[in-house]
Write a protein that binds this ligand. Structure first.
Ligand SMILES: NC(=O)c1ccc[n+]([C@@H]2O[C@H](COP(=O)([O-])OP(=O)(O)OC[C@H]3O[C@@H](n4cnc5c(N)ncnc54)[C@H](OP(=O)(O)O)[C@@H]3O)[C@@H](O)[C@H]2O)c1
Length: 290
């Protein structure tokens, strides 16, 4: 059976993207809106008629929703994608429970869940503010896990879950220690969930990109570095991911260069990988006031 036939049977559904106010999340939102309008095609992408965009900066989400609506709305109301925005801090108590309740009220399945919101912190572990480091665990790991749990009852045969991990998830990295550990968690959790949910006909995919142009570096360095070094296009990253996820792959590494880096870290082993990053991949960070 063709992938599209297998997975496009949902009667209607919600596609939800967290961290949609910038970077990779905003790009996922654009790709999905284009796919819903028939302008882009991804084999095996489940049908959805609502796009939910989540992040803290509601103004950014509203501007993106307006852009997408202006680009893709048709005169045919039945075909026009409904776009809703939710200005939410995903680590706030009850944020995800409330969002899942809202989805339940729609009486539709969640066709696509993209857990993309996340951030990193550059710099030595003992020097970087502890709350920012722990916040990564709360958002990158805890909120992502909670989202999978809260939305699980709304996922159905054919649904697709994409968890944004990172190339950093394949090896420990000195100078980026907590972030790499959170992404190792996301990668491990996602692949295990992909296997557990196979029987439910739900696909789970971990996206593992290297450096991508976004606001990531600005946040990770607290404004000291504006862009990641050698960043790749967020649009190419998300297009590749949707293709691989639609085919049922459990994880993807979108570029050859990144695949080679992964193999190099396997050959070097975890200790040498961490040492190499600590010595040669030093990322700029804001030094605390003396
Ligand atoms: N860029 C890279 O090189 C790279 C490489 C590998 C993996 N990744 C991963 O890709 C994902 C997206 O990052 P990005 O590169 O696109 O960075 P980005 O441009 O900084 O985007 C991060 C997104 O997460 C949202 N977010 C942060 N904290 C949040 C919170 N507490 N509640 C809700 N939303 C929150 C941000 O929105 P608000 O600030 O509006 O809340 C923003 O939309 C992350 O998981 C990151 O770890 C990035």
């Amino acid at each position: 059976m063709e992938e599209d036939e297998k997975f496009n049977k949902l009667p209607g559904g919600i596609a939800l993207v967290t961290g949609a106010s910038s970077g990779i999340g905003a790009s996922f939102a654009r790709r999905l809106a284009a796919a819903a309008a028939g302008n882009e095609k991804y084999r095996g992408l489940p049908f959805f008629d609502e796009l939910w965009l989540v992040a803290r900066r509601g103004d950014r989400l509203a501007a993106l929703a307006e852009e997408l609506q202006a680009t893709y709305s048709t005169k045919d109301d039945e075909k026009t994608l409904i776009i809703r925005t939710f200005a939410l801090d995903l680590v706030a108590p009850n944020a995800l429970a409330g969002l899942a309740d809202k989805a339940k009220e729609q009486g539709k399945p969640v066709s696509i869940l993209i857990n993309n919101a996340g951030y990193g912190t550059y710099g030595p572990f003992a020097v970087i503010n502890m709350d920012r480091q722990l916040g990564q665990i709360d958002l990158n790991c805890r909120a992502l896990t909670e989202a999978c749990s809260r939305f699980s009852p709304l996922l159905t045969k054919g649904s697709l879950v994409i968890n944004v991990a990172s190339l950093a998830g394949f090896a420990p990295l000195g100078g980026f220690a907590v972030y790499a550990a959170t992404k190792a968690y996301v990668l491990s959790f996602s692949i295990a969930l992909a296997v557990e949910w196979e029987g439910r006909g739900i696909r789970v995919h971990a996206l593992c990109p290297g450096s991508v142009d976004s606001e990531f570096a600005q946040v990770a360095s607290e404004g000291v570095r504006l862009k990641v070094a050698h960043g790749w296009s967020a649009d190419k990253t998300t297009a590749h991911c949707l293709k691989q996820a639609g085919r049922g792959k459990a994880y993807s590494i979108p570029r050859l260069n990144w695949k080679l880096q992964r193999w190099a870290s396997i050959l070097a082993g975890p200790v040498q990988s961490a040492r190499f990053a600590n010595k040669f991949l030093v990322r700029p960070y804001r030094k605390p006031q003396q």
